[in-house]
Design a protein around this ligand. Structure first.
Ligand code: 3PG
Length: 405
């Protein structure tokens, strides 16, 4: 059994392992009458052929409290879209697939691009953004959860725990982030979260002194978790990055719009494993190197909007401080792994930290040279004011694509 520690910044929902999934689902079914719920699944076509998604669909088809499942399907041609319809046909719930590369959704993208409002980069952020647009358009839910499609350890209680805080009408939470331990094959995973994000936040706190934003980000136990839930209206007014800065960007935006009393995190799984990307040390456009670059930039950009001034010297100091903090973290992770009978490869941990330290300098330099770079997708509120019938158009396009589901 875990602990029941509260960090005093956002509410932490623990798993004290005294309640069954069925009992929680029973409550959720009752809540759904007052507060209907949706699930968004951002997926690459390749994930339909991967080891996780088949089982996720099997688990989901036992869930009774969802009004709608919205699948964002990226990188699929016509034949693959037809295959996807069949694949997701096993879901009992009302569900829709957004065929992102299909002609109808591309037409909408072209329309938005002509007004400078379309997401500029492909990726998960873009996929999620269109899915939320569809959730707003279909107006079937008041609470919406999102999780990745590569979770090989998926159990349906993950979804129940994730939705509960925003679905219970007696609670006042608008946003909830999931957390867990990433462990597989007797190893600690979660390299970017453990070895970049937390040590970088601690280094920034050392250098910049107390800052509410840094305390807030640091209060999340797994800031990069791809699993979160929110009241549907939250999405109207947030701007998300289209790149790997998505998770940090969402946390920053909900902080900007809501009191921290309305934000929370929840323990959603005992263990969690997913598809692992290579470190890609030699290539900043791929793998964890690209991911770390995007995340570092997202944090620096947000600090700049909080009044922090950066120059090359600041980035050098951040890099050096980060490096020292991260090495101490490696020690702690190593010992924590040992006491749990797990394994940590110190050499690859140190190589990851060296790469992230280099990327702090590079991302910092990039930030200085491109101060106006904005990977943000506009909020749906802005898009709806520029193209008043956009939600109807999106809804109709998706309905037509899914007409024979
Ligand atoms: O969450 C993370 O830190 C990144 O997604 C990398 O995760 P991994 O080390 O488990 O592949």
């Amino acid at each position: 059994m875990g602990d029941f520690y509260q960090n005093g910044i956002i509410t932490n929902f623990h798993n004290l392992r005294v309640r069954s999934t069925e009992d929680m689902e029973h409550d959720l079914l009752a809540f759904s009458r007052q507060r209907p719920m949706s699930l968004v699944l951002p997926s690459l076509f390749s994930e339909l052929e991967g080891p996780a998604l088949g089982h996720i669909v099997e688990e989901l088809s036992q869930v009774r409290y969802l009004s709608e499942i919205v699948i964002g399907l990226d990188r699929a041609d016509q034949e693959q879209f037809a295959y996807a319809k069949d694949f997701f046909g096993r879901l009992d719930q009302h569900h829709r697939i957004l065929w992102q590369d299909g002609p109808k959704l591309q037409e909408i993208d072209v329309l938005l691009a002509s007004k400078g409002l379309a997401p500029r980069e492909p990726g998960k952020g873009r996929n999620v953004w269109y899915c939320y647009g569809y959730v707003l358009a279909s107006a079937k839910s008041e609470a919406v959860a999102l999780h990745d499609c590569d979770i090989v350890t998926y159990q349906r209680d993950l979804l129940a725990k994730l939705l509960y805080p925003v679905a219970n009408p007696a609670f006042s939470y608008d946003f909830c982030k999931g957390y867990y331990a990433r462990i597989a094959d007797n190893k600690l995973n979660g390299r970017v979260s453990r070895l970049l994000v937390t040590p970088l936040l601690r280094a920034l706190k050392k250098i910049l002194g107390p800052m509410e934003y840094l305390e807030y980000l640091d209060s999340f136990r797994y800031p990069l978790a791809g699993e979160f839930s929110m009241r549907t209206s939250v999405f109207n007014d947030i701007r998300i990055p289209s790149d790997w800065g998505l998770e940090i960007g969402v946390l920053s935006e909900v902080k900007r719009n809501y009191s921290s009393k309305r934000l929370c995190q929840v323990d959603i799984a005992d263990i969690y494993d997913h598809k692992h990307q290579p470190l890609s040390e030699g290539d900043v456009s791929r793998g964890l190197s690209k991911m770390s670059h995007d995340i570092i930039k997202a944090i620096f950009r947000k600090l700049a909007t909080n009044g922090v001034q950066f120059n090359t010297e600041t980035f050098r100091t951040i890099k050096a401080t980060y490096y020292r903090v991260a090495l101490d973290f490696i020690e702690s992770y190593y010992d924590d792994a040992m006491i749990n009978g797990l394994y940590v490869d110190r050499d690859s941990e140190e190589r990851a930290v060296e790469l992230f330290a280099r990327n702090i300098m590079e991302a910092g330099q990039h930030f200085l040279e491109n101060p106006m770079e904005r990977p943000f997708i506009p909020s749906w509120n802005r898009v709806m004011s520029a193209v008043p019938d956009i939600l109807e158009r999106l809804y109709d396009a998706v309905e037509e694509d899914n007409s024979n589901l």
